[in-house]
Design a protein around this ligand. Structure first.
Ligand code: C2E
Ligand code: MG
Ligand code: MG
Ligand code: MG
Length: 283
């Protein structure tokens, strides 16, 4: 086998590998069908303003209502959709669906949409976003896009152009899962983000380890000096919420407040709880 490496590589027949490849192909075509048949849906997790405990908006989170396998979380299909590139089509649907839903919410409730790194490679992304805003009639200031740190490793100028194109429309830009990526922090100087979302792993250790508090305080201090809002992800206990409030963390999301819910449930929640205004995007 080693001798052939680099030319037409000879491998032993591996039935398990064969099975995996077939499974992946089946799932890929199922994804196409799912989009065509309307099997995807978005749930909405409220984002809480910690000082007032009012709802600032919600993050849209995709689910797949699979006809046989039931409700599937994003981890069950997003990585695969990213491999094949089909995430671009799914992402386009998410954008339109989220903007249309949020346009019906009372102002100024904001909507946060997760974008895949692949979507940032698309030179038309800023145009796609402005089309989604126009067709849904959602004010750009109520849309926030979430990107992961790894996007900033891409030195392709299209990424920065896209971010600036989004910002120019008045859309806010948040860094998701902050602290878990390959953060050299230097990219924070390359682009002025509006928000840092502290990853759940740090919040989980809050109150358990001193290090977690130190890291969170440092992130909040950094964000304040750079004029960014901080959102804590995955807040599950009152102790965590109290500590975060005392640290001056602006916003939180987590099961303590609300789990992700249907758009109908979120609308009902908003009807009983007038939303808190979001900060306008940085200049
Ligand atoms: P994320 O953007 O960091 O979203 C937060 C995840 O944490 C969500 O998981 C949410 O349900 C979960 N979560 C929120 N509060 C708590 C809590 O208190 N405790 C715990 N244990 N979990 C909490 P979910 O919905 O499974 O989404 C996972 C990831 O999938 C998201 O992480 C995001 O990266 C990705 N994703 C979701 N929707 C989309 C989408 O429309 N497009 C793309 N490209 N990715 C998406
Ligand atoms: Mg997110
Ligand atoms: Mg996150
Ligand atoms: Mg996360």
């Amino acid at each position: 086998r080693a001798k052939e490496e680099g030319r037409g590589t000879v491998r032993f027949y591996d039935p398990e590998m064969d099975e995996r490849v077939r499974e992946r192909r089946a799932l890929q075509s199922a994804l196409h069908r799912a989009l065509a048949q309307g099997e995807f849906r978005l749930d909405y997790q409220p984002v809480i303003d910690l000082a007032t405990r009012r709802i600032a908006g919600a993050e849209a989170l995709i689910r797949w209502q699979h006809p046989e396998r039931g409700l599937l979380p994003p981890s069950a299909f997003i990585p695969l959709a990213e491999d094949s590139g089909f995430i671009r089509e799914i992402g386009e649907w998410v954008l339109h669906e989220a903007c249309t839903t949020a346009a019906a919410w009372p102002e100024p409730a904001a909507i946060a949409v997760n974008l895949s790194p692949l979507q940032f490679r698309d030179p038309k992304l800023a145009t796609r976003v402005s089309d989604a805003l126009a067709s849904s009639r959602l004010a750009p200031g109520r849309l926030e896009v979430e990107i992961v740190e790894s996007v900033m490793l891409d030195t392709d100028p299209v990424v920065e152009q896209t971010l600036r194109g989004l910002r120019a429309q008045g859309v806010r830009i948040a860094l998701d899962d902050f602290g878990t990526g390959y953060s050299s922090l230097s990219y924070l100087r390359r682009f002025p983000f509006d928000k840092l979302k502290i990853d759940r792993s740090f919040i989980r250790d809050l109150g358990q380890t001193q290090d977690a508090s130190a890291i969170i305080l440092a992130i909040i201090g950094l964000a304040q000096r750079m004029n960014m809002v901080v959102t804590a992800e995955g807040v599950e206990t009152t102790e965590q919420a109290t500590l975060l409030s005392s640290f001056g963390c602006a916003q939180a999301q987590g099961y303590l407040f609300h789990r992700p819910m249907s758009s109908e449930a979120f609308s009902r929640l908003l009807a009983q709880n007038p939303p808190h205004p979001a900060r306008p995007p940085a200049a």
